[in-house]
Design a protein around this ligand. Structure first.
Ligand SMILES: Cc1ncc(COP(=O)(O)O)c(C=O)c1O
Length: 217
């Protein structure tokens, strides 16, 4: 089994092009290897590359696609593939207890709306680049702006004097939520509830905390 992930979360939301997806998938399939595309954030890749989702998805045998995350549904994801694979997936879901979700139509309705929100991801991407450019100006904060291809900003904070697990609670107290990526890096994500005004506010909080003073905002 070859599993591709697009966008690649741990690499900072970086995208895999249709050409590379096709090349990797056909190399695997030539050798009888099944290809699954973890497209939890495939809509971000499609928007960033300005290509149809189908072009990124079609080389794989199966594709999973999240309706939550940037597409804003409260829950839910889609699995796409050949009918016999979906049949098997339904049986497996049933064995795992997932086939008896009551009122599944309610999250499904939100999922249908989510599919209309693909284009808005461009705003998240623009705001992530803006956040990156502001964070980059903070002493001790290091990031590669070229790697901000979608809605994720990976930041190395090791030279700020604060480790991620020391920095994150200080940010959270001031309303800025981020994730510890590893011992040196922190992950910021932009989404529908982060507008143009929130981006400089978040950067200001990081700057203040790193500089050793930390006003409430
Ligand atoms: C890379 C990746 N794949 C899959 C998932 C699972 O997605 P879902 O919650 O839509 O099933 C996640 C969720 O965070 C993810 O980050």
């Amino acid at each position: 089994l070859l599993v591709l992930e697009n966008t690649h979360t741990r690499a900072g939301g970086t995208v895999l092009t249709p050409a590379l997806t096709k090349a990797l998938a056909s190399a695997a399939q030539r050798h009888g290897t099944y290809v699954h595309l973890d497209g939890a954030r495939l809509a971000n890749a499609a928007v960033a590359l300005d290509v149809p989702l189908r072009e990124l998805a079609s080389p794989a045998n199966t594709v999973s696609f999240s309706l939550n995350k940037g597409l804003c549904a409260p829950m839910g994801s889609i699995l796409a593939g050949q009918a016999k694979v979906i049949e098997l997936a339904r049986k497996t879901l049933s064995r795992l207890g997932g086939a008896s979700i009551h009122k599944a139509g309610i999250p499904a309705a939100a999922g249908l709306l989510a599919l209309e929100l693909v284009d808005r991801l461009a705003d998240d991407h623009r705001r992530a680049r803006k956040l990156g450019s502001l964070l980059q100006q903070i002493e001790g904060v290091r990031l590669d702006p070229e790697r901000i291809e979608t809605n994720i900003v990976l930041v190395d904070v090791s030279r700020t004097g604060l480790l991620p697990d020391e920095l994150l609670p200080l940010l959270a107290e001031r309303g800025v939520l981020a994730l510890e990526r590893d011992t040196n890096r922190v992950r910021f994500v932009t989404h529908r509830l982060i507008g143009d005004a929130e981006v400089p506010k978040a950067a200001e909080v990081v700057a203040a905390v790193v500089a050793g003073y930390a006003p409430e905002v």
